[in-house]
Design a protein around this ligand. Structure first.
Ligand SMILES: Cc1cc2nc3c(=O)[nH]c(=O)nc-3n(C[C@H](O)[C@H](O)[C@H](O)COP(=O)(O)OP(=O)(O)OC[C@H]3O[C@@H](n4cnc5c(N)ncnc54)[C@H](O)[C@@H]3O)c2cc1C
Length: 315
């Protein structure tokens, strides 16, 4: 194993919006910070076509915003390295060992974990082909692109039923396609959705395929889970909400989290492990957006500075 490292104040794991923002603040704060990203910087921005809800940009392509955020972080001295992080362990000496697949181990007294997460896929034909051309995993992000359209929301948990409400501001009709005969969502959330005249539930139905043309999604191929009957549902949008997996498995020690595995933090983005901060999509919070990711990261970077100062003064 190569052991590059006692020389860092803080290690940032993940180079999406949260990680890049944290690196920018750490650079401006003159901290010796390193950002470890396994792929290209930008995170989910690289999978997003248009972003119309990031202040300062009425409309910007995800990859363009990723490039601007990376340039900004580098301008203030971000040390960005391509590394696939395998594990994060806090030692008895209070230093974290961040081990990467290259064999390199980075050490620092503070880590900001910004490794995001991945929306669960439905795993049906057409899903990936039409991602960004009708298929979406975020109603708040993409609902406005479906003005006057008929769309479908797929799923039956809180996220699906709550998110179905949002696009009704734009779409003329929203079907919720659910494979069972009852939702798992809380009663209040269900009642609100079912009272919305634009929402209609297609019960006991699973999606077999998402189908379209080069211009985008045109319909869903469906199957009734009770009778086996097949049908088609004409929609231009398919919003998939079948869960989200936060990338928190890197942390090898116990940390407080919610039942879905999202990390619990306090208002300084501190986790239950001293010196481990979390920011962005992998944190327990009401919504997951670029704005919230960079907001979290700002708080985390400033809180790290204070944490390091307090640590030094304790000697
Ligand atoms: C299709 C889609 C469209 C969206 N549209 C919008 C929108 O219009 N507006 C909006 O505000 N939000 C939108 N979002 C949400 C937004 O993209 C996220 O909230 C935001 O990217 C979260 O930033 P993050 O830095 O927390 O995580 P991410 O963007 O997920 O970044 C995490 C980074 O960590 C890296 N990483 C993970 N594990 C490791 C590891 N082991 N080692 C090294 N690196 C690792 C990943 O490669 C990734 O680069 C959209 C999301 C999706 C999926």
């Amino acid at each position: 194993m190569n052991d590059t490292s006692t020389s860092f104040d803080v290690i940032i794991v993940g180079g999406g919006p949260a990680g890049l923002c944290a690196a920018m603040y750490c650079g401006r704060g003159m901290l010796r910070a390193v950002l470890l990203e396994r792929g290209l910087t930008g995170g989910e921005l690289l999978n997003t076509e248009k972003i119309e809800d990031y202040p300062g940009f009425i409309s910007i392509l995800g990859p363009d915003l990723a490039e601007k955020m990376t340039e900004h972080a580098v301008h203030f001295g971000a040390d960005i390295r391509t590394e696939d992080v395998l594990s994060i362990v806090r030692g008895q000496d209070g230093l974290f060992a961040v081990t990467c697949s290259s064999g390199t181990v980075f050490r620092a007294p503070a880590v900001i974990l910004t490794a995001g997460g991945t929306p669960n896929r439905l795993g049906v034909p057409g899903e990936l082909e039409f991602a960004g051309k009708g298929v979406s995993y975020c109603a708040v992000c993409d609902g406005a692109f479906f003005k006057g359209d008929t769309i479908a929301v797929i799923g039956g948990g809180d996220a699906a039923v709550e998110e179905a409400d949002y696009p009704t501001r734009y779409a003329s009709k929203v079907y919720i396609v659910h494979r069972r005969d009852a939702f798992r969502a809380s009663r209040l959330v269900q009642e609100r959705a079912l009272a919305n005249p634009k929402i209609e539930v297609v019960w006991n139905t699973k999606v077999l395929a998402m189908v379209g043309t080069e211009r985008g999604l045109t319909h869903l191929d469906l199957e009734n889970t009770v009778s086996g009957a097949r049908s088609q549902l004409a929609v231009t949008g398919g919003f998939i909400f079948v869960g989200f997996t936060p990338n928190t498995g890197l942390v090898q020690q116990h940390f407080e989290h919610d039942p879905a595995g999202y990390i619990l933090t306090n208002d300084r983005m501190e986790t239950s492990i001293p010196g481990l901060f979390a920011a962005g999509d992998l944190r327990v919070q009401l919504t997951r957006q670029v704005t919230t990711a960079v907001g979290d990261a700002t708080t985390a970077a400033i809180a790290v500075e204070k944490f390091l100062t307090a640590r030094k003064s304790k000697g």
